[in-house]
Design a protein around this ligand. Sequence first.
Ligand code: HEC
Ligand code: HEC
Length: 368
Amino acid sequence: MKFGSVIVLVCTLAVPLAGGQAGQQQRPPLAEEVFTNVQILRGIPIDEFMDTMGFFAAATGMNCTECHTNDADTSWAHYAADSPLKNTSRRMMRMVTAINRDHFGGRRGVTCFTCHAGTQRPKVDPSLAIQYGEPVDDPNEFQATGQDPAAPILDKYIQALGGAARLAGVTSFTAKGTYMGYDTYRQKVPLDIYAQAPGRFATVAHEVGPSKADNVKVYDGRNGWFASRDKPLPVWPLTGGNLEGAKLEATLFFPAQIKQAFTQWRTGVTAIGDRDVQVVQGTNAGQPPVKLYFDEESGLLVRSVRYSESPIGRVPTQIDYSDYRDVAGVKMPFKWTVTWTGNQTFIELSEIRPNVPIDAARFARPAQ
Ligand code: HEC
Ligand code: HEC
């Protein structure tokens, strides 16, 4: 039945631009054009639809097959089958819309997470263990409200990386390493990265999943795509917060321009584990804020947190950077952990080769 989705792909990708987003050459295919049984979450692109599924999983503590059917993960078509929990979820979506409309003036006062908080059945009785236990601080929830300028923190970061002059000397790189996530059944598979300043990159994880597909993510400076022949749509455009996220990743590959990335900045201080961090929160008009966490001592970037919008709530993506090593006089992170509601992936690089020529075709829309 994957065949079915391929047919839909052929039809929908022929749809010309109909007043779509800037930067998108074609209107992205919508959930109801690719999937067969979408009753509520209609009119949104595929990446946003999948973010919504990740939000469901994060809010209810259920994985994809628990809420769908046991065999859902063996074929995308199986996800169309209705299950009692799926039907309850539809009822819950209508309930949340009504609560927000009737009690919060249409503002998103309540989401699935408000009641479920990561559990299938919301708690009813107060918990003395929570009331008297140690409060757990989540650094991702920290809101930087400080008016102190961000520039000194960003300057210290540029300095810690090797200084503006050395950064300007690295205009491209290729990297090799490994990739691991739920989609590889937690096995390490080979990874290639191609990056070209300013702001273009392609990452290719090889031999992912049952059909040993290449998982490709590309950002060409304006548009981005995710491609894998294992997905319900073999190539899907990145939209909204996912496209902004790819742009941020591209900026962080060549961070000399970091100060130009946002128009408004806030600052603050918190901790990740036992390390003190300075937080710089950058915002662009109409976008959710992005938080950058810099180690107080080394000045290096240790985490970024950003959000994508979905119809039922904002979905966070956290990237943790570590194992900074010297490449042509510039410090680069050799380890990243990317955590979002859909997956947690581990990237470990073994080599980075600076200033090598890269074929421009690497940054074109993937052809899978
Ligand atoms: C708590 C329940 C829940 C969880 C968890 C969940 N889903 Fe869903 N899923 C739904 C509901 C409800 C719909 C139908 C949405 C609608 O009708 O608008 C749906 C629809 C889908 C569809 C469309 C199927 C079709 O052809 O119509 C796909 C694909 C899908 N889910 C994949 C996933 C994946 C992958 C995960 C894990 C990341 C997941 N879902 C997690 C509830 C869930
Ligand atoms: C106002 C609080 C509240 C919100 C918001 C809420 N739920 Fe629920 N949900 C409940 C309660 C209460 C139950 C019933 C639990 C029970 O039967 O013990 C429930 C049950 C469920 C169940 C069935 C669990 C089971 O094992 O039978 C699913 C699935 C579910 N909710 C999904 C969602 C989703 C998805 C959202 C967001 C669209 C959501 N809920 C938002 C309160 C909420």
